[in-house]
Unconditional design. Structure first.
Length: 317
């Protein structure tokens, strides 16, 4: 092998090693710079959004250098996020990412950030911020931390539903928060609340009644676009299954049946819907009140006149 080729190979090996060492040093220096850089609260010559963008880049770099979010670094994360949204109150990603970073270690600060963003009129189409605030209030904050946490959660859930009514989970979560308040109180309409299922049914009925008794869940005259009747039926079925002989549960179910579900044909034992001509419930085998059949021959009706004997009937679909 020629001497020049050997020299070229040696030079290439040295260059690769030097490049690797240099890259490692630059990464360490970059991480150290991100940790030590001081973020000013004042914008540069009035360029608030520009300052926020620069601060966000430093924040991303800083966050990438963290091994994990601990109680010790939450104050620094919180300070940086507050500074960024102070310069640009409309930077949605700063609320969402920043709040999520310390939602476990300091949920109260996370709720503060999410609520601030949710109440910003310029972010009125963002449903994530009110939902995240509500979820943390309901699940990560205790009554000792905030006695009004569930009421605040309900308010935020409502805001999320108004902004995005295609997520049934939002309505269910809001109803669970209302049920928690009823269960904690221990009574509903002067009667004892037996368990969580019973409390959930009571909360749903209150919501139905509050909305004027319509089919859809609504608030302040604004429809959520969520059909509440199937939710009430499901809640009634689960409440009965949880306490099939308890008189308080049965009385609540009976009221819901008469006020809300009176137009439905349901098995008296398990509350399962049945069809015209059925004599027994297909779920529990209980005998049911037959409907939708000809008064003369008993054939299942398809219209006003019987298709078998021609008898005119009082037909209702």
């Amino acid at each position: 092998m020629k001497k020049t080729v050997v020299i070229h190979i040696i030079v290439m090996v040295i260059a690769v090693l030097a490049g690797g060492f240099l890259a490692s040093s630059l990464i360490d220096s970059q991480a150290e710079l991100s940790r030590n850089v001081k973020i000013s609260n004042s914008a540069l010559g009035g360029f608030n959004k520009f300052a926020a963008d620069v601060q966000w880049m430093f924040f991303v770099n800083y966050a990438g250098g963290l091994q994990s979010v601990e109680k010790e670094n939450v104050p620094e994360i919180y300070k940086r996020v507050k500074t960024i949204i102070g310069n640009d109150p409309n930077m949605q990603i700063a609320y969402e990412v920043g709040g999520m970073m310390f939602s476990v270690r300091d949920p109260k600060k996370a709720v503060e950030i999410f609520t601030k963003g949710a109440n910003n009129p310029n972010l009125k189409d963002n449903w994530k911020l009110p939902f995240l605030a509500a979820h943390i209030l309901q699940n990560n904050i205790t009554d000792e931390d905030d006695p009004d946490r569930l009421e605040k959660a309900i308010k935020m859930y409502r805001l999320a539903i108004v902004r995005n009514n295609s997520m049934p989970y939002f309505a269910n979560a809001m109803m669970r928060a209302k049920a928690q308040i009823i269960k904690k109180r221990g009574s509903w309409n002067g009667k004892p609340v037996v368990n969580d299922r019973h409390a959930y049914l009571c909360a749903l009925y209150d919501e139905w009644r509050k909305g004027g008794g319509g089919d859809e869940m609504e608030t302040s005259g604004q429809s959520f676009g969520i059909d509440i009747k199937p939710m009430l039926l499901d809640a009634a079925q689960k409440a009965k299954a949880s306490a099939p002989t308890n008189k308080d549960v049965l009385n609540t179910i009976d009221m819901v049946m008469k006020k809300v579900l009176e137009d439905q044909h349901l098995c008296a034992k398990c509350l399962t819907a049945y069809g015209p001509g059925d004599k027994f419930c297909t779920k529990c085998g209980n005998g049911v009140q037959v409907y939708g059949v000809c008064s003369k021959c008993g054939n299942v009706l398809k219209g006003e006149f019987c298709a078998v004997c021609g008898t005119k009937n009082n037909y209702k679909k």
